[in-house]
Design a protein around this ligand. Sequence first.
Ligand SMILES: *Cc1c(COP(=O)(O)O)cnc(C)c1O
Length: 402
Amino acid sequence: MYMDNSATTPVNPEVLKEMEPFYKEEFGNASTLYSLGRESKKALNLARERVANLINAEPEEIKFTSGGTESDNWAIKGIAFQKRNKGKHIITSVIEHPAVKNTCKWLEKLGYEITYLPIQENGIINIEDLKKAIRDDTILISIMHANNEIGTIQPITEIGKIAKENNIIFHVDAVQSVGKIPLDVKKSNIDLLSISSHKIYGPKGIGALYIKKGVRPEVLIHGGGQENNQRSGTENIPGIAGFGKACQIANDNLEENTRKLTKIRNKIIKGVLSQVDEAYLNGDPEKRLPNNVNFRFSAIEGESLVLMLDAKGIEASTGSACSSQSLEPSYVLTSLGLEPVNVHGSLRLSLGVENTLEDADKVINDIINVVNTLRSMSPLWNSKNGKSDLSIAGDEEYGLSK
Ligand SMILES: *Cc1c(COP(=O)(O)O)cnc(C)c1O
């Protein structure tokens, strides 16, 4: 039972079928004039249309990249370089994906000033903080749509309105939200938006940056002039065709998947919080992705939890895949105001379209069993007579406790 779809997703068989001809007979370079190349060019245009449709953009506003990381780098560095004479101040948040966070950190070394907006206890930024952070030399606001660890959804339409009023470019990392919740770049006044294929049942190593007409981030990849001279390199036609198909499938099934996943998600949350002592939900109970569950358990090591669930056939993660290699507590979870000791007892389940309500029953049961087993071996838990004092004051107030 795979429940780590925020780390990556399996390729949909229909997507694979769409890609196959471009590895075989249709291998032409899209820049050539003969018919083989024309087929590739056609595939490129079709995919551009499909990606654009998913976010209500124009096909010409979609530029293909190697994935979410490159799109984030291009958007942020591209605007930083292009607008350097206007100002060197950028606003972002403390819970951005490393692709945004570390790009901003690097720009600090070049003399840019970055404001990292804090998040509230529910994982969402405070709009008033954003308004206060804006200065005359602010050139860019980069805020993610949905967080990869706790699934919280930021108010991007409100942010877009503020960015527009202040004449500031607005970039959104939508890698986790696109194809899962409705997204409209026009309605939300978004100038730049990052998408990745492998988080929506497409192949790895392909993604896109939406660049609103008239917005001109500096070019980072120079060469033969592909992507309208904005991102050089021979196009990854199989990847692009597959990515386009994945977008079309996501678009066609958006409502149905949202409804289904929300039901499974809520069942798991309710089942665990009502049956496990000192279990809490990280992030906002409502403003979260339909496929994201993130618990924390007192007196539990997340790594042990993940390994024991794996033994029961459930694949989940402690934090994001990008940070769970290290034993450092997740910066997203510590940004919620949690103590490192509590952060370590966190578990992320990110559901996929394959999951069912029966899966929810199994995962609830397995979590109950594994938590009980681990606690029965925990001196910390037992010394409290089955009561741990690690719960956090204030949880009740936010309605996050069971
Ligand atoms: C996965 C992810 C990325 C990186 O995308 P890649 O295509 O893997 O480079 C960026 N931002 C968020 C929020 C992500 O979840």
